[in-house]
Design a protein around this ligand. Sequence first.
Ligand code: FES
Ligand code: FES
Length: 236
Amino acid sequence: MTTFILNNEQIETNQPSGMVMADFIRYHQCLTGTKLGCREGDCGACTVLVGELRDGKLVYESMTSCLMPLGNAEGKHIVTVEGVNLRKNLNIAQQAMVDEGGTQCGICTPGFIVSLCGFVLSDHPKIVENAINAVAGNICRCTGYKSIERAIGHIVTKLQEKDALPPLAWLIENEFLPSYFTGIQERLEAIEPKAQPEITENTVFVGGGTDLYVQRPAQMLPAEIVHLYNRTDLKG
Ligand code: FES
Ligand code: FES
């Protein structure tokens, strides 16, 4: 059983922990906003945010879901492009991409949006250079990058208006993120940690999985996996 929060929904699933997260999102949750371009971690179309509690603080990082096993999501918050939508209207990053013509075929766009939302949630200084670095792993084959750079310019200008409100409250009030983000830390704290699975002669140890999931993702489905990514004691 893998327990985590996907956007605003608590997930408890018995799907194999070795399943690729992008497949779980698209084919088991029908969240098809997450795109698959290369399945090799190169294009960024499948980018999701992974929110994790570290020393009592909720920290988000962008990751390629095509190389991420489902089991790595245990106890975390996984955010897809659907999860940064405001429902009534586009968020600031989405609107900036539309206004500047930063999307054409649209395959890359959800990945760019998710990476940029990761940037707005990060502690990095809100300057254009850092925002561009945040999308360094996202490739666009049709738009060209100038329109995307202009969209990033709008996002950064808006971020620089931040006032004294706590960061998350400001991002919600200013339509960067939907309001459910405020309750996520508490909800993650309420997820009971699981016991480590027993190690047998068939156990496969998976860390990042970034080679393994390029080479043989199908073989990882039935594998008995210990997900080392979740072992905070090994992250020294
Ligand atoms: Fe290209 Fe995941 S599909 S990085
Ligand atoms: Fe087509 Fe970027 S808009 S790949």
